[in-house]
Design a protein around this ligand. Structure first.
Ligand code: SAH
Ligand code: SF4
Length: 369
């Protein structure tokens, strides 16, 4: 099937309305079609019985409803599920479902690989291949929902939250991510609350400003260090957009979200790198008056990473210091580690266009010797 044909899976409400008007149809057909696609998981226009035959044929001529294929599904001992999914580019991406008592979180990928190369991230070491389309991004939610509804007909395992924390940097695939997020939140599609759809970024500052007025999804930033010197080593994009600029952009976005909405600060703790008392104290000072909650992520190891996870005592001590500074601080529990589904462990099958895999393997091999 040619990828040049439209994939209606990624069509937003306004795109449907515009297309219907162009075809001489009434825009109120949009909700009917969207419900077929996203609520009833129909992939064939012929099945849309309340749509005229003429319109069904017209749509089928323009494109299809193409869902990506699941290559494998793995289920962790703790109930976490990881799917390897084939993208249209031929590479494969990973999607993870994390069930908890009161919620179910789907971790979605936005790109095949990542161009940014943060020093502690396994996806970054894969290099970059391509952007995912809006259909491929929102399609991960459709696929996961279908699997879970089948496995739990009583809906006891529902997806209540979506985080764009899988493979890729969401804000470097801006338009596709925004369209997909819009569908995730639209009642005619997946109807997830805007507070519960979170875009995570390593700090693409101009794109954070672009979010203003375009979406009201939640935002998380991957800070990982309380000063520019250290952050530039861990998160290379900091050399271009330093912390002060990043926080200013986030403030602007947070202000548009209204009351009681905060930005999530993600901080991956690495032994001997960024988890000492002075780092906690610098962080307390840095985030004064910044509307945030802090999420600490104990580092998840992968072969050749060169970093270690701090002890649980060190993690608690770091958390304590931030709590004493007056912040709301959670520690992300590690889930799905037995199936390599934890944060930063997602690799998929990336046909690397940046040749970073080659370089990284060489460095890792040299480090072992
Ligand atoms: N590119 C985006 C979203 C994907 S990464 C971003 O960087 O924000 C999701 C989160 O996992 C980020 O905060 C990232 O820094 C963190 N992460 C990456 N590798 C990790 C690892 N090995 N252990 C723990 N967290 C990691
Ligand atoms: Fe890319 Fe995020 Fe990994 Fe950095 S942490 S390499 S931005 S996926």
């Amino acid at each position: 099937m040619s990828s040049a044909r439209l994939n209606f899976l990624g069509f937003t409400r306004s795109q449907w309305e515009a297309l219907l008007i162009e075809l001489g149809e009434k825009p109120y057909r949009a909700p009917q079609i969207m419900k077929w696609i996203h609520h009833r998981y129909v992939d064939d226009f012929a099945e849309m019985s309340d749509i005229s035959k003429k319109l069904r044929l017209q749509l089928a001529e323009l494109g299809d409803i193409r869902e990506s294929e699941i290559i494998t599904e793995r289920v962790s001992q703790d109930g976490t599920r990881k799917w390897l999914i084939r993208a249209e580019s031929g590479s494969a991406i990973e999607t993870v479902f994390i069930p908890e008592d009161t919620r179910g979180t789907l971790c979605v990928s936005s790109q095949v690989g990542c161009a940014l190369d943060c020093s502690f991230c396994s996806t970054g070491k894969q290099g970059f291949n391509s952007d995912l389309t809006a259909a491929e991004i929102v399609g991960q939610l459709r696929i996961a929902r279908k699997v879970l509804e089948k496995a739990y007909p009583d809906r006891s395992r529902a997806i209540t939250n979506v985080v764009l924390m899988g493979m890729g940097e969401p804000l470097l695939n801006f338009d596709n991510v925004i369209a997909a997020v819009e569908l995730m939140m639209d009642d005619l599609a997946y109807g997830i609350s805007k507070r519960k759809v979170t875009i995570s970024t390593s700090g693409v500052v101009p794109a954070i400003y672009k979010l203003v007025g375009v979406t009201d999804a939640s935002l998380a930033i991957s800070l990982h260090a309380p000063n520019d010197e250290l952050r530039s080593q861990l998160v290379p994009i900091n050399r271009k957009y330093p912390i002060e600029e990043l926080l200013a952009a986030c403030r602007t976005y947070a202000a548009t979200l209204g009351e009681k909405r905060t930005i999530t600060i993600e901080y991956t703790l690495m032994d001997g790198i960024n988890e000492q008392p002075e780092h906690a104290e610098q962080l307390v000072a840095l985030l004064q008056d910044f509307p945030c909650k802090i999420n600490l992520i104990p580092f998840n190891p992968f072969p050749g990473s060169g970093y270690k996870r701090p002890s649980q005592i060190a993690v608690r001590a770091f958390q304590e210091r931030l709590l004493r500074g007056g912040y709301s601080v959670t520690v992300r529990t590690t889930r799905g580690q037995d199936i390599n589904a934890a944060c930063g462990q997602l690799v998929g099958e990336v046909e690397d266009k940046t040749r970073r895999q080659e370089t990284y393997r060489r460095i890792a091999a040299e480090a072992v010797v």
